[in-house]
Each structure stands twice: as structure tokens, then as C-alpha cells.
Design a protein around this ligand. Structure first.
Ligand SMILES: Nc1ncnc2c1ncn2[C@@H]1O[C@H](COP(=O)(O)OP(=O)(O)OP(=O)(O)O)[C@@H](O)[C@H]1O
Ligand SMILES: [Mg+2]
Length: 227
């Protein structure tokens, strides 16, 4: 297979959680890392599973996955995580701090980044995602929409080059959804591509370059969206 340097490539990827029950069926696809690619499809069609395979959280039973030319089978989750920011469908799975503010600062502090830089960046993200008024709250006690925004802020503070977002608009009201579209468009303008798993058609229409539709573990439709 050609290892394209501008894509995430899946070659004959198969996966099942249980032996004998395939959830991802022989998927072959190249996803351009500059695009905003939306993955749609009914509940249980395998969207989240595909995202986790691309992120290396799950490993394929057979087939290969390349991240800008590198075989992810040879990469640790940490190495992949330095290149891709991943938003879980249930964002509370990624919280481990006692306050909203600390949740955003956690990884940059571990990395030993400059204190002033962390303070400024955190303030910016608290503001951008309208989290200032709850910056001292306990992350697990937030509303669904607040959790979603916090999880995104905690991902973006690491300045990932690519994003995989599993239902990022879930739990967001119309206003906050608009803000998120603006934020993602701005990131895209800065050269950050993303794969967005979503059921939100208005969102897809506004933001996607390409739409992949899944059904029972296969990609059954692949089209460009002329924005
Ligand atoms: N940890 C797991 N163990 C066993 N089966 C699982 C597991 N996670 C998901 N599945 C099954 O795999 C299939 C695909 O699930 P997946 O979560 O990828 O679907 P999805 O397209 O993301 O659905 P939704 O739109 O509801 O989020 C489903 O039949 C689901 O029951
Ligand atoms: Mg899902």
C-alpha cells in the first residue's frame, strides 16, 4: 500500500469485540488529514469503533492503519496521542482532576510547559468554551454540555495536529453549537484537520469537506460536501 504522507490510511481493516462477530468489515479508506471528514450512520454501525481503531485505542484483528505514513501498530498510545486529540463519546471518561481549571492544565503541567504560558492558554480556553463561571467545579458534576466543552478545551490545550471527535455537539444548545462550529472552522483554517463522528446534520452541512456513511461495519457512501 502507498503510505500517503497526508492521510490516515486504513487497509483491509477488520475488527470484532467478540470472536466470530465482525463489527468493522474490511474497511479500506484514505482520510486526508487536512479535511474535515464526518462519519455518519445509524446507532451501532461501528462509528465509535472505527474512531478508536484510528486512534489506536483498539487494535485491528487484521489489516493495517497508517498515520501520515507511519504504521500505528508500531506506535504506543502515547505516541499517537501526541499527534491526535481524541474526544470520547462519553467525555467524563477522560476526566481525572478535581476542578475544571486543573483538568485543562493537567497535561501541560505534566509536560513541564512554561507556567505563564499555561495560565494564559487556560484562561483563553475557559473563555472560549464559556467555562469561566464553573472553573472551580468538579468535572464529573457538570452538565453534559459543560463536560463536552471541558473535554474539548482539555484536548485543544495540547495543540494537536489532528482531531478525532466522537459526537462533539451532543448535549450542546444552539448557541454553544454555533460557537463550536466557529472554533472548529478556525482550527481548520489553521491547518488542523479532523474526523467528526456525528448525527447532527446541520453541523455536517456547515463544517464537512467529506462525508462517510457507515452501515453494519462498512462504509457504504463516500461523498464530498461543497460548502
Ligand atoms: N466494548 C464492547 N464490547 C462488545 N461489543 C461492543 C463494545 N462496544 C461496542 N460494541 C458493539 O459494536 C457495535 C458497534 O458499536 P459502536 O459503538 O462502534 O457504534 P456507533 O456507530 O458508534 O453507535 P452510536 O451511534 O450509538 O454511538 C455495536 O453492535 C455495539 O453493541
Ligand atoms: Mg458511537
Amino acid at each position: 500500500m502507498v503510505k500517503l504522507l497526508d492521510s490516515i490510511g486504513l487497509k483491509s481493516v477488520n475488527f470484532g469485540y467478540i470472536k466470530g462477530k465482525k463489527i468493522i468489515k474490511n474497511i479500506d479508506i484514505d482520510i486526508n488529514i487536512k479535511d474535515i471528514t464526518c462519519i455518519i450512520g445509524p446507532n451501532g454501525s461501528g462509528k465509535t469503533t472505527l474512531g478508536k481503531l484510528m486512534m489506536g485505542i483498539l487494535r485491528p484483528d487484521s489489516g493495517e492503519i497508517y498515520l501520515v505514513g507511519e504504521d500505528i501498530a508500531e506506535m504506543s498510545l502515547g505516541q499517537i496521542g501526541r499527534k491526535i486529540g481524541y474526544l470520547f463519546q462519553n467525555p467524563e471518561k477522560q476526566f481525572f482532576s478535581n476542578t475544571v481549571e486543573d483538568e485543562i492544565k493537567f497535561i501541560p503541567e505534566i509536560k513541564g510547559l512554561d507556567k505563564k504560558y499555561i495560565e494564559e492558554k487556560t484562561a483563553l480556553l475557559l473563555d472560549l468554551f464559556q467555562l469561566n463561571h464553573i472553573k472551580n467545579s468538579f468535572p464529573l458534576k457538570l452538565s453534559q454540555g459543560e463536560k463536552q466543552r471541558l473535554a474539548l478545551a482539555a484536548i485543544l490545550v495540547n495543540e494537536p495536529g489532528y482531531l478525532i471527535l466522537d459526537e462533539p455537539t451532543k448535549g450542546l444548545d444552539v448557541e454553544r453549537r454555533k460557537v463550536l462550529v466557529q472554533v472548529l472552522k478556525k482550527l481548520h483554517g489553521e491547518g488542523i484537520g479532523m474526523t467528526v463522528i456525528t448525527h447532527d446534520y446541520a453541523f455536517i452541512d456547515q463544517i464537512s469537506d467529506r462525508i462517510l456513511k457507515m452501515h453494519e461495519g462498512e462504509i457504504v457512501e463516500d461523498k464530498r460536501n461543497e460548502r
